[in-house]
Ligand binder design. Structure first.
Ligand code: URA
Length: 426
């Protein structure tokens, strides 16, 4: 340990509202990753960061220290037909029913761009049996990017390991909701991954990590400048997550909806966001005049999807798991849907078994919520609003209770529906 720097002095610096120095940040991130700073000390520092914030210089240093805790990947050697393959990735800050990665990666790859979509563990397993192999070696990943163009797999253990350890601690210490901590967490992984360009989908609304629009905007601006300063062409879309995306939230039900989009159909908000993000990614990769809507309509995105699933050891024709138990939640009044609370739907899907309540717990591939109406739709009293899917019907009561006030139905049609893309930053 340095003679001058120790955990309590670093904690006290931030607790008292001063700036952490570069050596303090380097030391504490490295020492925590090696196990020389105890979790209770790091929890205390994280809470001080949540409450006191960080300057842009501190965020830069914290991000770099997390990148330096592992190894950087390098996709600059990717070639197809002798030509350099541009790489572009997308990262979403996460939300309810956000299955966009599944149609988006093949759409973009169908234009001859490499999409290395390294997801977190939870996300990496979205897709259940379709996503047979989430753990690819770097050589396998490179080969798949050169041959197919898209890969969706779990990030290796050596990609920003400090973030992996810090994220697990933040999850159980109430220290997730902080712009400096979220921005450095996401961007350390994306910069270490070595993508040439990056498009960020920053969610706003009840189902987002940061529901408040001003904070989400600040997060987007911070991440874009971290990316640009690191030499990654980075832009962000600020998108609505007040209502769930599409009509499904869960695992297999979301994969089924993604397949509808790849087949040229699917809910209009999912299609619109897929196309908007694809346009941003293709622009960032230098592919001009591309028409992502045409790639969905003419089957070329679906062909790339099938090749990607096959390359990862899956069977694109395998039937998706179906829940043995379903139950309908019906509308209590007739009228127009004004709002469906994304957070309530996400919680209900989780209560039905789609998410984990303990680390390592198995998720139910078939659990989730299917919605039958979106904001703006007319609905009659007694008709189904949600269908709940689960393997364990004893979970229905809790999920129904959570959805009790999830939908706002009023007699008059809403004067305006929030657009899916709220703004572009970068
Ligand atoms: N996603 C991340 O990778 N990190 C965060 O802190 C929040 C969302």
């Amino acid at each position: 340990m340095s003679d001058l720097i120790h955990a309590t002095s670093v904690i006290a610096t931030k607790r008292d509202g001063a700036e952490l120095t570069t050596p303090q940040i380097d030391w504490v991130v490295d020492a925590y990753t090696r196990g020389d700073v105890a979790p209770e000390q790091m929890s205390s520092l994280l809470m001080a960061i949540v409450l006191r914030g960080m300057t842009r210089r501190e965020i830069d240093d914290w991000t770099r220290a997390m990148i330096d805790s592992g190894t950087r990947m390098d996709f600059s050697g990717l070639r197809r037909g002798g030509a350099v393959l541009p790489t572009v990735d997308k990262h979403s800050t996460g939300g309810v029913g956000d299955k966009i990665t599944l149609p988006l990666a093949p759409v973009v790859a169908s234009f001859g761009v490499a999409v290395p979509q390294l997801s977190g563990r939870g996300l990496g397993h979205t897709g259940g049996t379709l996503d047979k192999r989430a753990d690819l070696t770097t050589a396998e990943m490179h080969a798949q990017l050169e041959n197919v163009g898209a890969v969706i797999c779990a990030a290796g253990a050596d990609l920003a390991p400090a973030d992996r350890k810090l994220y697990a601690l933040r999850d159980v210490t109430g220290t997730v909701e902080s712009v400096p901590l979220i921005a450095s967490s996401i961007m350390s992984k994306k910069i270490a991954e070595g993508t040439g360009a990056l498009v960020l989908d920053v969610k706003v609304g009840s189902g987002a990590f940061l529901p408040d629009e001003a904070l989400a905007r600040q997060l987007a601006q911070t991440m874009v400048s971290l990316g640009v300063d690191a030499g990654v062409r980075t832009t962000a879309l600020l998108t609505d997550m007040d209502s769930p995306l599409g009509l499904t939230a869960g695992n297999a039900v979301e994969v089924a909806e993604s397949l509808e989009v790849l087949a040229g159909g699917g809910p209009s908000d999912v299609v619109e966001l897929t196309i908007a993000l694809a346009r941003e990614m293709l622009d960032a990769a230098g592919v001009l005049d591309a028409d992502p809507a045409a790639a969905l309509a003419d089957g070329s995105a679906m062909d790339t999807w099938r090749a990607m699933i096959t390359a990862q050891g899956g069977d694109p024709d395998a039937p998706l798991p179906r829940a043995p138990h379903t139950d309908d939640v019906t509308a209590q009044t007739s009228g127009y849907v004004h709002r469906i609370d994304a957070r309530a739907v996400g919680d209900a899907a989780w209560l039905l078994g789609a998410g984990r309540s303990r680390p390592g717990e198995a998720v139910q591939a078939s659990a989730g919520v299917v919605m039958h109406a979106k904001p703006g739709d007319r609905i009659s009293a007694g008709s189904p609003l949600f269908t709940l899917h689960t393997q364990t019907p004893e979970r229905f009561d809790a999920a129904r209770a959570r959805l009790d006030e999830a939908a706002v139905i009023l007699p008059d049609s809403p004067s305006a529906i929030r657009p899916i893309v709220l703004d572009r930053i970068g």
